[in-house]
Ligand binder design. Structure first.
Ligand SMILES: C[S@@+](CC[C@H](N)C(=O)[O-])C[C@H]1O[C@@H](n2cnc3c(N)ncnc32)[C@H](O)[C@@H]1O
Length: 324
């Protein structure tokens, strides 16, 4: 059994794995992300089925972010837009810059991760002119290089296990508005926390943010052969999917929100998302990039990842945000 600080370090390392996969998909042309290359020192070409999975995951997250920002902005034309995005465990995610490049901005956009990861992220953003020029003009480096602060974009360092005690006061200090429409995103993050910690983040949102949506993308199905192999492979690297047994299926990830008073929740696995949400024109484009003949393997792998989208509000603009 590794010491707690060792296991934190190993979990932090998963941000590099995510970046390597994303860089592989970007370099081959599956996805358009000109920024991810800046975070990957030793690029690796991933197998076709991993690239296809990365593409599908990327589509789901980017589409939801863009839908949320579009619908919540349209709804507030008369007033100034107040929408907020909070990326939990943001790692080396480049979404803020992809949106800014297309001139899509939230009123406030927060990214939260451990200081060790954020130090690397902030330094890279400052070193790369194509990223730095997209930062708001009032951006300041803070916390010894581990944070970036501006009115619109904040990269904050902290431990999500101390959400109510530590992260929430920092969010509020930097302008988080509990009455504003807010999208929370967890892309392979809550699954690494003990359910008591991830549930307490969700409970805080339920109680405190009246107009909230959350998109999670996490592993499911621990009990079949592939699920066991997935757990064993991660365990061999000292990584534990702590939330997997508590929320092992599509139904349980959805009911997690409904049982806590969220007004709507829907879940879909990556295999079905690939079948139902990716247009034929995109599938033809992908087929020209790289031949994928391991459809059974892809489907098996993709059945073990799920998107869940839930809302705390009946508001029309939130109801328009859909996974498929
Ligand atoms: C698999 S990576 C995903 C990163 C990013 N969401 C993405 O999809 O590229 C998991 C991230 O969650 C962060 N994380 C895990 N537990 C955390 C905690 N207790 N506090 C802050 N960040 C945490 C890790 O540091 C890591 O960056």
């Amino acid at each position: 059994m590794s010491a707690p600080e060792d296991s934190d370090r190993l979990v932090q390392g998963t941000s590099n794995d995510a970046a390597i996969s994303r860089e592989s998909a970007a370099r081959l042309g599956y996805i358009a992300d000109p920024f991810i290359q800046h975070f990957v020192r030793h690029p690796q070409r991933r197998a076709p089925l991993i690239n296809r999975g990365t593409f599908t995951r990327f589509q789901g997250v980017q589409k939801t972010l863009r839908q949320f920002l579009r619908y919540t902005s349209q709804n507030q034309q008369q007033h100034q837009t107040q929408n907020q995005v909070v990326i939990l465990g943001s790692g080396l995610d480049t979404s803020y810059f992809l949106l800014a490049k297309d001139n899509i901005r939230a009123k406030r956009y927060f990214e939260i991760d451990f200081a060790e990861i954020n130090a690397k992220k902030a330094a890279t953003i400052y070193k790369k002119p194509d990223m730095r020029r997209l930062l708001p003009a009032d951006t300041k480096v803070a916390a010894g290089g581990c944070e970036l602060h501006s009115e619109e974009y904040c990269l904050l360092s902290g431990d999500l296990r101390l959400f109510a005690q530590d992260i929430v006061p920092r969010l509020l200090e930097h302008g988080f508005d509990t009455s504003a429409p807010t999208l929370f995103v967890s892309e392979c993050v809550l699954i690494y926390l003990d359910p008591q910690h991830s549930d307490s983040i969700i409970d805080w949102i339920t109680e405190s943010v009246a107009n909230a949506a959350i998109l999670t993308y996490e592993q499911i199905l621990p009990s079949d052969r592939f699920g066991q192999m997935m757990i064993e492979n991660l365990r061999a690297r000292g990584l534990e999917l702590r939330g997997l047994m508590a929320y092992p299926s599509l139904e349980s990830t959805r009911d997690r929100f409904l049982s806590r008073g969220w007004v709507s929740a829907a879940a879909i696995d990556l295999s079905d998302y690939h079948k139902k949400a990716i247009p034929q024109s995109e599938l033809s484009r992908l087929a020209r990039i790289e031949f994928l003949d391991e459809w059974e393997e892809f489907s098996l792998l993709a059945k073990h990842y799920a998107f869940t989208l839930a809302h705390t509000t009946h508001s029309k603009s939130f109801a328009s945000i859909k996974l498929i």
